[in-house]
Structures are given as structure tokens and as C-alpha cells.
Design a protein around this ligand. Structure first.
Ligand code: SF4
Ligand code: SF4
Length: 172
């Protein structure tokens, strides 16, 4: 079977969701993954987590330089949600899911946003919150050495590949 056949992540679960519904979604996904063999997802999920941990200090540095003076914080956007791949990754790492989707209704702010920034570790955020580089951060990225730029692009590519593999494993 071609495990890389999928080219886009599903948008499943990318919607406002009450906590009870969220719990059902998580339980039914866990059950499905257990049925397929949770161990099959484990290695790729751990690789994703390790890659995000590698990215974290770089992204933290960018945020430290850009976010305090930001006039239009991206976390105020209303279109940031966990998708199914985020949940598969967390479950396969053996982690509990966060208590809920980023918001229960479309007009709420992200429940994880605090005055000091995101309350979640980077590995537990929706992946869109991990890879997103806003314009000022792109400028910082472009100021990095060519070697580091290549490394970052490679790591992001590997995360994407592994996330698509996890989706393919689920869908068989
Ligand atoms: S990541 Fe960019 S857009 Fe988001 S809060 Fe920081 S500076 Fe603003
Ligand atoms: S999960 Fe964290 S990083 Fe993502 S939108 Fe919410 S507060 Fe911002």
C-alpha cells in the first residue's frame, strides 16, 4: 500500500465544538486507533513531537522578538482549530487530549490564550500554531544562515510527511 498517497490533511474536526462532543470525538478516535494497533502510530508521532521540540527554541526566539509589539496578534483569529491529525498525534504519543477544541462557538477567543500568550506547550498546540510564521517572523527566518534555513525547511517537511502518514495509517 502507498502510505504517502494522501497529499492533504483532512479538515475533519476543524470546527467549534462543545466539550462533551470533543470528548466523544477523542474517545472514538482512540478506539479506532486501538483497533488498528496504537503501536503502529507511535513511532511517527514521537518523531513529530521531537521535531516540534527542536523547532521550539527557534520559534520562541522569533516570538520574543515580534509578539510583544504586535498590533494584530494571530491568536485573536477565529479560524484556528485542532484537526484530526493533531489528535491522532497526541493520542499516539500517549498523551491526554487537551480539554477541548480551541473554542466552543465561532465567536469565542481561543480558550488557551492568556495575557502572557499561549498556555499550551508547543507540542500540544494545533499544528497550524506551530508552523505559522507571520511576516515579521519571515524576515527573521530569512536572516538566518542558509544552513539553518535549510534545516528548518527540512524539519517542517518531515513533520508534514509524518502527519500525512499518520492519516494514511488511520484510513488504511
Ligand atoms: S506570531 Fe506574528 S502575528 Fe502572531 S502575535 Fe506574534 S508577531 Fe503577531
Ligand atoms: S492554541 Fe495557543 S497558539 Fe494556538 S491560537 Fe490558541 S493561544 Fe494561540
Amino acid at each position: 500500500m502507498d502510505r504517502t498517497a494522501r497529499s492533504e490533511e483532512t479538515s475533519l474536526y476543524r470546527f467549534p465544538c462543545g466539550d462533551w462532543e470533543w470528548k466523544q470525538v477523542g474517545e472514538s478516535l482512540r478506539e479506532r486507533m486501538n483497533g488498528l494497533g496504537m503501536h503502529r502510530f507511535h513511532k511517527k508521532a514521537l518523531e513529530i513531537r521531537a521535531a516540534i521540540e527542536w523547532l521550539d527554541p527557534i520559534m520562541e526566539r522569533y516570538c520574543g522578538e515580534t509578539c510583544p509589539s504586535c498590533q494584530d496578534p494571530c491568536c485573536n483569529g477565529r479560524n484556528v482549530f485542532y484537526n484530526r491529525t493533531d489528535l491522532i498525534t497526541l493520542l499516539a504519543c500517549g498523551e491526554p487530549l487537551p480539554p477541548g477544541q480551541t473554542r466552543k462557538t465561532a465567536d469565542e477567543a481561543c480558550r488557551y490564550l492568556r495575557s502572557s500568550g499561549c498556555s499550551l506547550s508547543r507540542t500540544r498546540r494545533p499544528y497550524v500554531c506551530v508552523w505559522f510564521l507571520c511576516e515579521p517572523q519571515m524576515v527573521l527566518f530569512q536572516g538566518e544562515s542558509a544552513r539553518l534555513q535549510r534545516q528548518i525547511v527540512r524539519v517542517l517537511g518531515k513533520i508534514r510527511e509524518n502527519r500525512l502518514l499518520l492519516e494514511s495509517l488511520l484510513d488504511g
